[in-house]
Design a protein around this ligand. Structure first.
Ligand SMILES: [Fe+2]
Ligand SMILES: [Fe+2]
Length: 422
């Protein structure tokens, strides 16, 4: 384990986090939105209003969902200090939701109770958002049924590291930066600042908790890796603007790629701080290894634009560049150790060029073309392969329906499944 990881997690104590909560209390009902109202209606352009509303609606729904889903975490936490902190966090999340609700009512001019406000802003939610938060509901249910440490570790990883530490924190900094630079929405900005400070405590707690859980039970690392494989195909597409209209972020001075790169670096850093560097997680890599956060972000956005990752668009691109990026992604997320020395897999697509991947002595190579004698041939449509890589299809279902037709020795097929991790 990296020494720096130990130091980061050890610096955080549950008692100190609780004390900070008492000191940093604030009132969502006391913020003054008078100037915000005027800025919103007079200073913002139509596009800026649309873009900001989209982004703030994601936060509003996110805060509501995390407030609703925290109670099984409190029940499952093994230590009293952890339960007490989580109880403070649940209050925070309710307060955050109240804060965004006030903004919708008093600045945007939406009317109604919380259910009504949530309903009104629901059309703003992206595919990535809906899938990520459906999984949060599902993980909370799993935790209600099974309070074991691995289940709790996976749940904390999703809630505190992915949703709060990667998605929310990146969005908060983006919003705070442009509102500060342009001196806009003073009431909302003050609230965002308080929300971000609360989230910092929540994330620090998550890091410490995960660090403790994986020391107490080594199965936690498997559970965390599994969870990341499940959520990353969704969460990667959470902040894709409607119709991929890049102006939604650029109107506030950042490209989608810049924002994604900050999120990508943040997740890596938090996993490391929790004593679980991404490259040391068991099984196939949970994200492409050997790339900087910027490069990982750039490629992810390209694959989303091509209809490969993220929301299904019915017809993913199959040009040379897209397929190269796709197979490089696959090559970087397979587990060469499971290949047991060597493995050659051929893809025969009904509707695209053939590709192959060869694993030899720990090296992985992906290329367009045909191998003379592959260990395994996978006959399928390109669309199904894309859906499988993007986490939208289950390989077992494709097998049953004969949409995935593997040929090769049984032993090799088993190795392919383990190596590809899909
Ligand atoms: Fe929150
Ligand atoms: Fe939070």
């Amino acid at each position: 384990m990296a020494e720096s990881a130990t130091i980061v997690a050890d610096q955080i104590s549950y008692e100190d986090l609780y004390a900070r909560w008492e000191q940093q209390n604030w009132q969502a009902t006391a913020l003054d939105f008078t100037v915000d109202r005027q800025h919103w209606h007079n200073e913002f352009s139509d596009l800026e209003r649309r873009a900001a509303l989209w982004n703030y609606a994601l936060f509003f729904h996110g805060e509501d969902a995390v407030a609703d889903n925290l109670s099984p975490y409190i029940d499952a936490a093994p230590r009293e200090e952890q339960k007490y902190f989580l109880a403070t966090q649940q209050v925070d999340e309710a307060r955050h939701s109240v804060f965004f609700g006030r903004f919708m009512r008093e600045v945007v001019d939406y009317s109604g109770d919380f259910a009504g406000l949530l309903e009104r802003t629901r059309p703003e939610l992206t595919w990535g958002f809906r899938k990520t938060f459906e999984l949060l509901d599902e993980v909370a249910d799993r935790l209600r049924r099974d309070r074991s440490r691995p289940q709790l570790a996976a749940a904390i990883c999703l809630y505190h590291l992915v949703i709060e530490g990667t998605l929310a924190q990146t969005g908060q900094h983006f919003i705070e930066d442009y509102l500060t630079e342009r001196d806009l929405l003073p009431g909302f900005r003050e609230g965002m600042h308080n929300v971000a400070r609360d989230e910092q405590r929540h994330i620090a707690f998550g890091v410490r908790m995960l660090y403790d859980l994986q020391r107490e039970d080594p199965d936690c690392r498997h559970a965390v890796a599994e969870l990341l494989r499940e959520v990353l195909p969704y969460s990667v597409a959470l902040f894709i603007p409607p119709r991929f209209d890049r102006r939604y972020t650029e109107v506030f001075g950042r490209t989608v790629e810049e924002i994604f790169a900050i999120g990508a670096a943040s997740l890596e850093q938090k996993l490391r701080a929790a004593g679980m560097p991404v490259e040391e997680l068991p099984g196939p890599p949970v994200m492409p290894l050997g790339l900087t956060a910027e490069e990982r972000a750039r490629r992810a956005v390209k694959l989303i634009e091509a209809g490969v990752l993220g929301a299904p668009n019915g017809s993913p691109r199959r040009d040379r560049e897209t397929m190269e990026l796709l197979f490089d992604f696959v090559a970087r997320t397979i587990d060469p150790r499971a290949a047991n020395g060597g493995l050659a897999v051929q893809w025969e697509f009904d509707d695209a060029e053939p590709w192959f991947i060869r694993v030899q002595g720990g090296e992985v190579r992906a290329e367009q073309g045909r191998l003379e004698s592959p260990d395994v041939t996978l006959a399928m449509s390109y669309d199904d392969w894309v859906a499988l890589v993007a986490g939208r299809e289950d390989p077992r279902k494709l097998l049953v329906r004969r949409r995935l037709r593997p040929r090769g020795k049984l032993r090799s097929l088993w190795r392919v499944a383990r190596t590809l991790g899909r």
